[in-house]
Design a protein around this ligand. Structure first.
Ligand SMILES: [Zn+2]
Length: 448
């Protein structure tokens, strides 16, 4: 996160105050370079938005008058404008590609209105897993944000003053780039600070009974993290319990472990139980486990992912937020046939010969607009070549709310789904040959 103590900005020798005059991104660096105005600062090739086309900004600090999106474009239009970084780019990426060494963002009224959030977000910082970091993560240039008031002085005596820029931006007229006068000096120094904390996946291995097959494993997993405590949340309840998401899966995997321990015999293959950390932060635990596995991951024959199996929709429930929640004897099954016909067949036949739950395959579609396939831990196993099955009860009124409480869980349903997954796991563990991967993961599903 940004270190407010170390953030310093001077305009022609005049010190600005952190918080009231300016904010900064958490990119360390110091710059004192000539200033260039780059209009709105965005680059969108298809719309001919390329404010620095005829300007040389190498070694300079770029000043922009900017909002969260390019002027006149909405997020959909932006993301459908081609490839990020080539066909379109946010100001930071764009000016850095052009060789600029610093970026000053002058607040539009809209950005100014969100100043508090802008500040909180930068001071709270970003989280990343040390060993999963990309080398480019730290490469951004020093970037500061100026309030309208502080920015007025920056444009003093230049080709356009701030009121003129504000007026031009609000109209449809072009907001052209220009060089600031040579005696305009902006001295910027910002620093990021870093906190290191630890977390862990919890991994257990139950050895199989067959001298050969025990080298292979059926993996069963869930995530034990949720959204934690949100001190700034509205209302009295600041604790996101995550009883369904994914307390239900966490407990199901525990129960499966207990049932294995109490069984009078062992399945032929070994069983790998993994409780993943950091799923809600971006599938960290499963990504980490597949990159740095504690077992020979190529010997994992299938991964069964349990993420939300504890809620059900009563037939009398008319809340539109629960309209896609599965019923008392129903559960969504995703991905079982996407890579292995055999895995799909076993998953289905075990259920048909046991509790006959309503297996709903509605989201089992590479073109699913909810993209549930990308939204839980099985994803990192699948792209690692391991066929997966994902059990999921559907979104509901308490999904990612403080109100995802344990007293709302349908424990009968949770038990039935858990028992069915246990038997599915056992059946796969006892197969003569591991489920053959006979299909390629659809191309839509390989890029998150
Ligand atoms: Zn979840």
């Amino acid at each position: 996160q940004v270190d407010p103590e170390k953030a310093q900005v001077e305009l022609n020798g005049q010190k600005l105050t952190y918080g009231t005059d300016f904010l900064a991104d958490a990119n360390s660096g110091a710059v004192n370079a000539p200033l260039v105005f780059a209009g709105n600062g965005w680059f969108v090739k298809s719309k001919n938005i390329d404010p620095l086309k005829n300007m040389d900004v190498r070694g300079k600090t770029v000043v922009i008058y900017s909002d969260n999106y390019p002027r006149g474009l909405n997020p959909q239009e932006l993301s459908s404008s081609g490839k990020y970084g080539e066909d379109w780019a946010d100001p930071q990426t764009y000016v850095k590609q052009k060789g600029a060494v610093g970026l000053i963002v002058v607040s539009t009224p809209n950005l100014q209105a969100g100043w508090g959030n802008l500040r909180r977000f930068r001071e709270n910082g970003r989280f990343a897993v040390e060993k999963l970091r990309e080398s480019t993560d730290d490469a951004s240039i020093p970037t500061i944000y100026l309030t309208e008031k502080a920015a007025a002085n920056v444009f003093d005596g230049e080709i356009m003053n701030l009121p003129k820029i504000t007026e031009t931006y609000a109209s449809a007229a072009p907001l052209n780039a220009f060089n600031f006068s040579a005696n305009k000096k902006m001295n910027i120094s910002v620093a990021a600070k870093k906190e290191v904390t630890m977390t862990q996946n919890v991994v257990a291995l139950w050895e199989g009974s067959d001298s050969q097959l025990k080298n292979e494993m059926v993996a069963v997993g869930a995530h034990y993290d949720h959204d934690g405590i949100r001190p700034n949340a509205q209302g009295a309840d600041k604790i996101w319990n995550g009883a369904d998401d994914d307390g239900s899966g966490t407990v199901a995997v525990l129960a499966i472990g207990e049932a294995l321990a109490k069984a009078t015999k062992r399945p032929k293959r070994s069983v790998l139980l993994v409780w993943h950390a950091g799923e809600e932060k971006g599938l960290w635990g499963s990504k980490y486990f597949n990159k740095f596995p504690t077992v020979n991951i190529k010997n994992v024959v299938a991964q069964l992912n349990i993420d939300m199996i504890g809620r059900s929709r009563k037939t009398t429930d008319t809340n539109p937020k629960n309209k896609s929640l599965s019923g008392e004897d129903e559960i969504y099954v995703i991905g079982s046939e996407m890579m292995s016909s055999k895995l799909g067949e076993v998953t289905k036949s075990i259920n048909d010969s046991f509790l006959k739950l309503g297996y709903n395959y509605k989201y089992d579609d590479p073109k699913d607009t909810n993209q549930f396939f990308f939204r839980s831990d099985h994803y990192h196993y699948a792209v690692n070549g391991i066929p997966i099955v994902f059990w999921f009860d559907g979104e509901h009124e308490d999904y990612h709310q403080a109100s995802d409480h344990a007293d709302k869980i349908d424990y009968r349903k949770m038990e039935k789904v858990s028992r069915t997954i246990f038997l599915t796991m056992w059946e796969i563990a006892d197969l003569q040959t591991r489920p053959v991967v006979d299909k390629q993961l659809p191309a839509e599903l390989t890029r998150r």
